[in-house]
Design a protein around this ligand. Structure first.
Ligand code: NAP
Length: 265
């Protein structure tokens, strides 16, 4: 029997659990991680697109396990983490990327819509962080990368539930970093601005509320971005590679803006 050749790259020999990896930023992170030598455990609620991520990541040489799960459900995340630990032989990197968005004026949110955004964007991150950190702690190493948003750092019109949820992710990131430092675990967040994914299309509803066409909403958004363009998911993935690699071992508790210069705080 021949010994398999170790895969090279900045994440060689590392394993990663990535939520919301079926499309957009999550898929881009999965593919960059595969390129850099990581083995993957990818999850989302719909199987078909996840399988596409698997096919593309395997073509880059990664070992990939696909698992359908709704991160808002504690029992589903417990099963997800247990299966990932078995499949990967241990989780080195957790990327909490799954998220949902819905535009509404604060006075119009239904409690159900508000609750759904909190369940996925906040409780999803809490469940996965708590269960994976319990696994990482005795190993004395690990990386957690939470995908927050510029919405976690300032106010926006017609998306108070989303902004509240992303402020919570920023808070969870900072507190977890404080508690995990002594265990050799780094916890950081990426706060993207406008990124060209399906989620950007959800801004149509924002335009409907304001009574302006989608194009005008996008123009107004770009007017606040010094680089004058939307980011691509791959650009978020590049920062996620850094945060998942040994290169960032000295960094924890950071909530890094990657937004074309929109916020300078
Ligand atoms: N695009 C932007 O401009 C932008 C800016 C700042 C921050 N972000 C954040 O970046 C992350 C990724 O966003 P994106 O733009 O790539 O969005 P996207 O294209 O809408 O993808 C969202 C991903 O999350 C998954 N997902 C949604 N609900 C889930 C649940 N309950 N359980 C498990 N997976 C779930 C989706 O898969 P299924 O549909 O199969 O469930 C999909 O893979 C989100 O946290 C988002 O808030 C995005």
């Amino acid at each position: 029997m021949t010994t398999p050749t170790p895969r090279s790259g900045r994440l060689a020999g590392r394993t990663a659990l990535i939520t919301g990896a079926s499309r957009g930023i999550g898929r881009a992170i999965a593919l960059r991680y595969a390129e850099e030598g990581a083995d993957l455990f990818v999850t989302a609620t719909k199987a078909a697109l996840l399988e596409e991520t698997r096919t593309q990541a395997e073509a880059l040489g990664a070992k990939v396990t696909v698992h359908v799960a709704d991160v808002s459900r504690r029992d589903a995340v417990q099963a997800l983490v247990d299966t990932a630990v078995q499949a990967l032989g241990g989780i080195d990197i957790l990327v909490n990327n799954a998220g949902v968005y819905k535009a509404s004026r604060l006075v119009d949110y239904t409690p159900e819509d508000f609750d759904r955004i909190m369940q996925v964007n906040v409780y999803g991150v809490f469940h996965a962080m708590q269960l994976v950190l319990r696994h990482m702690q005795p190993r004395g190493r690990g990386k957690v990368i939470n995908i927050a948003s510029t919405a976690g750092k300032w106010g926006s019109m017609n998306q108070s539930a989303y902004n509240a949820s992303k402020h919570a992710v920023v808070g969870l990131t900072r507190c977890a970093a404080m508690e995990m430092g002594a265990h050799g675990i780094q916890v950081n967040a990426i706060c993207p601005g406008f990124v060209q994914t399906d989620m950007l299309q959800e801004f149509r509803a924002h335009g409907d509320i304001l009574g302006v066409p989608f194009e005008k909403v996008m123009e107004a958004g770009l007017a606040r971005v010094p680089l004058k363009r939307f980011l691509q998911p791959q650009e978020i993935a590049s920062l996620a590679v850094y945060l998942g690699s040994a290169e960032s071992d000295g960094m924890t508790g950071q909530t890094l803006l990657l937004d074309g210069g929109m916020l300078m705080v």
